[in-house]
Design a protein around this ligand. Structure first.
Ligand code: SF4
Length: 393
């Protein structure tokens, strides 16, 4: 899939002599590899930007995770509804999740989607900024016709949204259509200067902060270089700006039990929650494709909410705390049980999973050995929230 020429803001070029490939890192994260002999054939006639964009003999990777990367533009014909790793997710409320890319710079030992350099994920996706903002506008127009509440664009994803190199452009574009813009981040890539630049564009930042102790924070992040002081400084910078700060720790019993109170003290001191709730403590949950920290105790929800009450008031969050209301969903295109013939268009996020496209929706075909370009007879097994999963018949 071509990378739009105009988006190539910056790049570096090196040669991988082991593989005899020319390697470009575009916009800090898109790694484009072109066989040296192919590159040399074009080098005299075209400039590097043209070669990166139009050469068909290239492989693209996420430079942070090392995984195969699909760059999805409108011309690709890949829809932006139907998958949880990229595009727009409409869960039937006035909040739309906007997922411009997958991939993370951390490796949290409790990560629910095994992000960073995990074992289960084999593919990352990145969506063209014009394409995803246009789709957001389309879906939010639908929402506005069906409910009166403000429409929130919540930028999140299976990964770190600030790794998306066009994040500021995305935020600027969403400002024209969304009433509220919120974004999730682990804070590592933010700087004081970037927070200043986001001020006036972003309404709320949900910042992941799991410990006030440097070694526990490193351990939980899965990255020895994790710099807690930097993230604390970013939290302060957000609190000092007009952007609202929500601190969102994941409580992993056996690891950071003593940190919850300390995080709350810190958040209160710096002024988190100017508009919405200041804290969003999440319970560690073990997921099928997530990581399970050694010896982590699993708390049930009853115990979790009781313990939250013991820690302080207002820590149990409800959708109303964020102005979330039910709002008609965009139409579903498949029924569960429906038999379909699908063309495989891309590799899936995990092994033995492929992505097909039909009726303007993405369908994940699981447990398949089909290849890109092949067709598959399948049955839809999930259509909840317009996320589609199918199995071969
Ligand atoms: S920051 Fe979030 S997405 Fe990244 S590894 Fe940690 S939990 Fe996973």
């Amino acid at each position: 899939m071509p990378i739009p020429y105009l988006l190539l803001m910056s790049y570096t070029k090196t040669t991988d002599s082991n593989k005899d490939e020319v390697v470009f890192i575009v916009d800090r994260i898109i790694e484009v590899r072109i066989p040296n002999r192919v590159y040399q054939r074009y080098a005299g006639r075209y400039d590097d930007r043209e070669i990166i964009s139009f050469c068909t003999r290239k492989d693209i990777f996420n430079a942070v995770t090392g995984r195969r990367l699909y760059y999805i533009s409108e011309e690709s014909g890949i829809p932006l509804i139907g998958h949880t790793a990229f595009g727009i997710i409409d869960r039937g409320t006035n909040l739309l999740q906007v997922r411009p890319s997958s991939g993370c710079n951390l490796n949290c030992i409790f990560c629910s989607v095994d992000e960073g350099k995990g074992k289960t994920k084999v593919t990352d996706y990145m969506v063209d900024v014009d394409y995803i903002s246009k789709k957001f506008e389309e879906v939010s127009d639908f929402k506005r016709r069906h409910c009166n509440a403000p429409i929130e664009a919540h930028i999140d994803g299976q990964g770190e949204p600030f790794l998306y190199p066009y994040i500021r452009k995305l935020i600027e574009k969403l400002q024209g259509t969304a009433d509220i813009i919120s974004i999730q981040t682990n804070g590592v890539m933010l700087t004081r200067d970037l927070v200043k630049r986001l001020d006036g564009y972003v309404d709320r930042i949900n910042l992941s902060l799991h410990s006030m102790d440097s070694s526990t924070a490193k351990r939980l992040s899965g990255i020895p270089s994790y710099d807690l002081d930097h993230v604390l400084e970013i939290a302060e910078a957000i609190a000092e700006s007009s952007i609202d700060l929500l601190i969102a720790p994941v409580w992993v019993p056996g690891y950071n039990d003593k940190d919850m109170k300390k995080i709350i003290e810190f958040g209160k001191r710096i002024g988190a929650g100017k508009i919405w709730k200041p804290f969003g403590i999440q319970k560690y949950v073990k997921y099928k494709f997530g990581r399970a920290p050694k010896n982590a105790r699993i708390m049930n929800f009853k115990t979790f909410y009781r313990k939250l009450e013991e820690i302080g008031e207002g820590l149990h969050l409800y959708p109303e705390d964020f102005g979330m209301v039910k709002c008609a969903s965009i139409p579903k295109k498949f029924k569960v049980g429906e038999r379909v013939k699908l063309k495989i268009e891309m590799h899936g996020r995990v092994r033995n999973e492929m992505i097909a496209v039909s009726r303007d929706r993405i369908v994940q075909v699981v447990d398949t050995s089909k290849k890109v370009g092949e067709t598959v007879n399948a049955r839809i097994v999930r259509n909840k929230q317009n996320i589609y999963v199918a199995r071969e018949t």
